[in-house]
Design a binder for this molecule. Sequence first.
Ligand code: PEP
Length: 254
Amino acid sequence: MRIPFIAGNWKMNTTVGEAIRLVQAMREELDKVSHVDKVLCPPFVSLAPLKELLKGSSIKLGAQNLYFAEKGAYTGEISPLMLADLCEFVIIGHSERRQYFHETGEVVNKKVLAALKAGLKPILCIGEKLEENEASRTEEVITEQLNSSLAEVKDLAGLVIAYEPVWAIGTGRAATGEQANETIAFIRQNIAKRYGEKRAQEVRILYGGSVTAANAAEFMHQPEIDGALVGGASLKATEFLSIVTQTAVIKYRK
Ligand code: PEP
């Protein structure tokens, strides 16, 4: 059975002090939830203090981005080697990075390869835009994104995929559970073609896009959905905790 996975993408929110207070507000209760991977992805500057704060906790950390080179003259960038010391996961290919920072499939692929080389587990984000969805091009776009992102990736080694329809991110307009389940089943089939059925059954595939405590259950009841990448709602301790708790109850009741 795949261990359910809930990650909070804090995006460019929280100072170090706010990040510490947010973790303090939910750490104890989150730690009580077992058999769910609970991952917090704060801004880079909070990774080191949160690592310290989370010593002995079951809560894991992830970064929101990385650069693909190991070191060198890349002012302002953060390398896989720097992150490998601080966290286990790294979000790669988030639609906001594709849109605002012009990350192409080729760049996403370099980042995935660099992360895996450094022993980091990518949370690879893919998903179609509104106009692509309306033109019934979702499967085509996703296939293209998997082709480019996973080029030369021989072994998924703990990589997690997040299906995030761009039209659902930060809009309050989530996909339905059924829609997300159908697309995630398609992604799993695609992974089976590349890596075989066993790997496809092992890889965790999340839904992301306006997940809240109020709609989380709809997604977690779906068999293909292994968890969620949560943006806005992960900045509220009670909301995030509720999403994690509901996931544990629903996934283990079956
Ligand atoms: C995200 O940032 O990955 C995300 C899904 O955001 P939100 O939950 O706010 O839509």
